[in-house]
Each structure stands twice: as C-alpha cells, then as structure tokens.
Design a protein around this ligand. Structure first.
Ligand code: SF4
Length: 365
C-alpha cells in the first residue's frame, strides 16, 4: 500500500473509533478556544482525572478569557495550586491580557499569531487551531509520540531533534482535511485508553493492522527513550514563625522552581548539618532573622518530578522580637492570620504542613 493510502486508512480508522469510544470530558462540550486553551495547558504533565476538578473550579471562577485577564495573578495561582508548573499561570495571565487588548478577547484564528503568545508553543497552538477551529494542523505531545513511534516503528531516540521533526511530519500527514478536530483528539484518546505507556491493549486497537511495531513484536521497545534521570532525595527544613498570633510567610522569586508561590522560610539541609542548625542558618542568610527553635511539628515526605523531599518543620520565634526581615531570597513577605493562609498559593508540601497546623492548637485557637 502507498504511504498516502496507508496514512489515510489509519486516520479514517482512528476517527471512526473515536466517534464511539471518546470519553465525555468537560472541555469537549463547546470547543471554545478558551476552554481548549485552559484544558490543554492544565493537561500538560497532568492526568485527566486530576485535571477535571481543577478545570471545573477554574471555569466556575473564571468563565471567560476576559475574567482571567482582569483577575489578580495571586487569585489565578490559588486556583492552580497543586497542579504544579506554576509558570503556566503567569503565561495564562499575560496571554489573556494580550488577547483582550489586541484581539478584543477573541483568540486569533492564525497559527503564527498563536505561537507569538506567551506560553503557547507548537502543541498548544496546534490544539487551538485543530480542536477549537477545526483547521488542518497537527499536534504532538508525549502520547502522540508514543503512538506514532509504535505505528511507524521509529527506532531512533524520540529525544533527538530529527526524530521529533519526523514525528511532527507524520502527525501532519495523518491529518484528514476538515477532520483535524476529531483526528487529533482520536490520537490523544488512543494514547489514554489503548496505546498506553505500559501494557498497551493492542488486541482492541483500531489501527493494529497498520501498526508496524505490533507486527514486528517490539511494541514494548517503542518509543526509544534515553534512561530517565534518577530521583534525587533532598532534606529540607522550614520554620513556622509565630508572632502575636500571626504567621510569617514569604513569596518565592518570580523565576525558577515554584515561582511566586508562598512558603514558610527555610531551605536545604547541608550534608552533616542538623535540621535545627540549618534552620537557624537559613533564617539568617535569607532574612537576617535571629530565631529560637521550638517544638518539631512534623516530618513530611513529598515526591516531585525529579526529586523527593523530606521536609522537617519546626515552630520558631524571633529572639529578640522586634526584628524586620531583609529579603535576600524572597520577593515579598507577609504576617498573616491563620485563617488567611488559605488565601495564598503554597507548594504541595507546605500545604500539607498547613493542614497539620489547622489541627494544632496555635492555628485553630
Ligand atoms: S497496535 Fe498496539 S502498539 Fe500499535 S498503536 Fe495499537 S495499541 Fe499501540
């Protein structure tokens, strides 16, 4: 069979399969560019089941692009808290303002113009063009890389630029004119339901007959990826500083890991250092605070993509009391009432610590 014919056949099978097998997902109701954009940004690095409640809460609070553009950044962060990769929120905010100011709150129906917007790369631009506007544009994410590596038995590492380009070309060749919305979603759905990373259900697959790696018996070896990086364990200490019933919190810098989130001060424990000594050092280096360490609150373990954190948390006090912070790391600070901690966005391990604090007398009193 000719390549074009083969592509056409695969695409028809996928679209037909999608028609009867698609899940009912909240962002598949109206295909507005706004809902496609928000859902696709949320779905980056995150499972559908986890995204759904976030998506509902977000849409209830920010039903339109305009409502995002006039919301405060801190408000957006609060509704994103727990989804991770917080720079996405900053880009959503910036992009919403640009679309409001330059395009009257309407997404441009133009691939190049979409790519010029902050936080919109080839994948998201392809998603908006194809899923929202049903224009003939491909999209490629981790799921689609896996599926196409298997169908076309791609033997080179998918981390290589040439391989990525090749996969984009294949995704483009699969587009059925006038059917991009369904074809791209069919690929995404196949990756979620059938051609899964582990134990794909090849016997139920609509494109099994055309799948080269299935016929060659090498499905498990596709896609070819370099060995993943080791998870690095990190020991961290934080101090819950109390004064007159208020908690001291600081805001992380606008760039880098967990940008702009709020946190209790602290930092990494050096090899051989005691957590208490590390805490005294961190308060001195980051804030020029002298502290007295009180009771230990908890030890929490939390896993992130590339590292696992063991967090030791202590109550502490300023000694002497009338000190003012000099910010060497944070961009901002606040003394907040216990109940107001819920108005700020925190990293997951800090949020778990707040949950513990709510059960202890100092915060509930
Ligand atoms: S036959 Fe198996 S490996 Fe090939 S696309 Fe279908 S599920 Fe994936």
């Amino acid at each position: 069979m000719e390549t074009n014919q083969l592509h056409h056949q695969i695409s028809i099978l996928l679209v037909n399969w999608y028609e009867t097998n698609q899940r009912s997902l909240p962002w598949r109701k109206d295909y507005s560019p706004y809902s496609v954009w928000i859902s696709e940004i949320m779905l980056q690095q995150t499972q559908v089941d986890r995204v759904i409640p976030y998506y509902f809460r977000w849409m209830q609070q920010f039903p339109t692009l305009e409502s995002v553009s006039i919301a405060s950044y801190d408000d957006l962060l609060r509704f994103w808290e727990g989804l991770g990769y917080y720079s996405r929120v900053k880009f959503i905010h910036k992009t919403s303002k640009i679309i409001r100011n330059q395009y009257g709150c309407q997404f441009p129906k133009n691939h190049q113009k979409l790519l010029e917007l902050p936080g919109i790369g080839p994948y998201t631009a392809g998603a908006i063009m194809s899923i929202a506007f049903n224009q003939n544009y491909p999209l490629v994410d981790g799921n689609i890389i896996r599926i196409l590596s298997r169908i076309f038995n791609i033997e080179n590492s998918v981390k290589q630029r040439e391989t990525k380009n090749y996969i984009w070309k294949k995704a483009e060749e699969l587009i059925l004119p006038g059917k991009a919305r369904w074809l791209n979603q069919a690929l995404m759905e196949l990756g979620a339901l059938v051609c899964t990373p582990k134990t794909p259900r090849c016997l139920e697959c609509p494109v099994q007959k055309s799948c080269l790696s299935f016929h060659l018996g090498c499905v498990e070896k596709r896609p070819v990826v370099p060995p993943s990086k080791k998870i690095v364990p990190i020991q961290v200490v934080v101090g819950v500083l109390l004064k007159d019933g208020l908690f001291f919190i600081q805001q992380r810098p606008p760039n880098g890991l967990m940008a702009d989130l709020w946190e209790f001060p602290g930092g990494k424990i050096n090899p051989g250092e005691k957590p208490e000594d590390a805490l005294i050092r961190e308060f001195r280096e980051e804030l020029q605070f002298k502290i007295h360490i009180g009771n230990k609150i908890a030890t929490l373990k939390h896993g992130y993509t590339n590292f696992s954190v063991t967090l030791h948390a202590y109550f502490c006090q300023l000694i002497p009391e009338n000190q003012f912070p000099v910010l060497h790391f944070a961009s901002n600070y606040r003394w907040v009432k216990p109940q107001d901690l819920f108005h700020y966005a925190f990293p997951a391990a800090n949020r778990r610590l707040i949950d513990i604090l709510t059960k202890l007398s100092p915060i509930s009193s």
